[in-house]
Design a protein around this ligand. Sequence first.
Ligand code: ADP
Ligand code: ZN
Length: 226
Amino acid sequence: MVEKIHRHIIMLGPPGAGKGTQAAILSEKLGINTVSTGAVLREFSNSGTKEGNKVKALIDKGQMVSDKMMIKIMKEILSKPENVKGYILDGSPRSIPQAKGLDKMLASRKMKKLGQELDAVLYLQVPDDYVIERIIGRFQCAHCKTLYHERFKPTKVFGICDECGHKEFTRREDDTFETVVSRLRAFREVTAPLIPYYEKKGLLRCIDGTGPIDVVSEKIRKIVGY
Ligand code: ADP
Ligand code: ZN
C-alpha cells in the first residue's frame, strides 16, 4: 500500500529504456511537469542569453555541461511556481556529483519549505539489445513532442501525429547505432552508480521495463500510487 501519491520523482535508466515515454504518461496522470534536462538544455542554449550562449558553446563542442551548471538549472526549474506541485526529472541527475548537488539543493530551507523533497527514483531495467532497438526506431512529433516508435508505437495514420495532427517529425541526431553503444557505456560508467546511491537512501524502485508500454506504466502506477 502506498500511503501517499509520489509526486517528486526521478526517472533512471539507460538511454532508450522508456523514461521519456513513462514520464509523459505520469505527467498527464499526476498533472505535474516532466523536466527533461536534455530538452531544457537545448532550449536554454537557444535562448540568446549570456548563460545560454555558454551552454551552447559547450554542447556544440560535444562537451558535457558542468555538474554545477546542471544543479543551477535544476534549482531554477524546481523553484518555479508551476513545479511546486511536484516534478518528474527525466535525464538528470546523471552522475554522483549531480545527485549529491541535487540532494544538497533539495535539503535547503527554501526547497523544504516548497515541499520538493524526493519521493522515489524509478529505475527502468532494460537489457542492451532492447535499448538499441528502441533508440534506433524512435521519432518524435516536431510540434507536440509526442514520442513514437516505428515498430512499437507507430502513428495510427502513417505520417500524421495522433495527438496534434501535424505531419512533421524529428529524430535525435545522436540516435544512431554508433552513438547508442557509447551512450550505453557512459550510462554504465557514470550514471549506474546512482542505483546503489538511491538504494541506500531507500528511494530506489526497480521496474522491469521490457514489456509493452501499458504494462510498464501499470507497474509504475502501483508504485506511484495514483
Ligand atoms: P528514454 O527516454 O529512456 O531514452 P524513450 O521513452 O524515448 O526512452 O523510449 C525509446 C523508444 O522506445 C521510443 O521510441 C518509445 O516509443 C519506445 N518505447 C518506450 N517504451 C517502450 C516499451 N515498453 N516497449 C516498446 N517500445 C517502447
Ligand atoms: Zn504532435
